[in-house]
Design a protein around this ligand. Structure first.
Ligand code: ZN
Length: 278
């Protein structure tokens, strides 16, 4: 199942068409995508009965499929080759920060650069579909509603100001594009081995597989839920692979006019135009 946010309304994606969830269910489910994560199992069962679309899929109408998560977890240094390129040792426990929820954005929204050191970080984002409290890794995927593409856009200057403030440096408005939709794990083949990457103006900058993760999705659900409960609709930005701009020689950052495209195997693509905020 693929669940999208179409102009603020939850919709199932059926090929190149959509079925509006509230319309197709005759009001059994509401239109707010966020409310559906609390009824995920019920929605999954309902979705299997939906075959008739209610309209075409229009890319420009797609918004963030998880617009108001209660908790946003983000993981640093979680790909082996990315840890190498930064010169940091592999963490023994996940390196966790947050992106404040108001920084999240849609899959085709513009990225406003307000300085010279704004960087890309393509990431697999896992969305919680069932409250996860002390969940062992063997049971972890059953608590995940699905995955989507995220860009953990990072203002490197702000991130490393005042010592280090990852959460603020990665939370400028619009610095968390997500989408284009949520894909349930059953549609992914091997959900623990997905290709992901991103390009700037067509030049590939990141190109990796999630098998390079230090803590994979089940590992993160287990580690995080051992500390606190994960709630339906919470998102986990699972970390970025090698190829970020700050680690390149010479460094390369996002500039107005750039087009950032990001992809994950089995999920799709998102695209963001970089614009000048000054
Ligand atoms: Zn990141």
């Amino acid at each position: 199942m693929k669940l999208a946010n179409v102009d603020g309304r939850a919709a199932l994606v059926l090929g190149d068409q959509i079925a509006d969830v509230a319309t197709a269910s005759r009001g059994r489910f509401g239109s707010d995508p966020m409310a559906l994560y609390d009824r995920w199992d019920e929605l999954r069962a309902f979705a299997t009965t939906v075959t008739a679309p209610t309209g075409p899929l229009v890319e420009s109408a797609l918004r963030n499929p998880v617009p108001r998560p209660r908790q946003v977890f983000a993981i640093g240094l979680n790909y082996r080759r990315h840890a190498e390129e930064t010169g940091a040792a592999l963490p023994e426990v996940p390196a966790v920060f947050t992106k404040f929820p108001a920084s999240l954005a849609g899959p085709f929204d513009d990225i406003v650069v307000e300085g010279p050191s704004v960087d890309w970080e393509v990431e697999l984002v896992a969305v919680i579909g069932r409250t996860a409290d002390r969940v062992p890794r063997t049971d972890a995927w059953s608590h995940v509603a699905g995955v989507t593409i995220g860009q953990d856009i990072s203002d490197r200057h702000l991130q490393f100001a005042a010592g280090a403030q990852f959460s603020l440096g990665k939370s400028r408005r619009g610095y968390g594009p997500m989408g284009p939709w949520i894909v349930t794990p059953d549609e992914l083949g091997n959900a623990d081995d997905l290709a992901l990457g991103c390009s700037v103006n067509g030049d590939t900058m990141q190109d990796a597989r999630t098998t390079d993760l230090v803590f994979d999705v089940p590992g993160l659900v287990a580690e995080l839920s051992a500390v606190l409960p994960l709630l339906p609709g919470d998102v986990i930005f699972t970390g970025t692979p090698a190829g970020v701009g700050v680690a390149r020689q010479p460094p390369r950052f996002l500039r107005p006019g750039d087009t950032l495209e990001s992809w994950i195997e089995g999920v799709g693509r998102i695209r963001n135009l970089v614009v000048d905020g000054r």
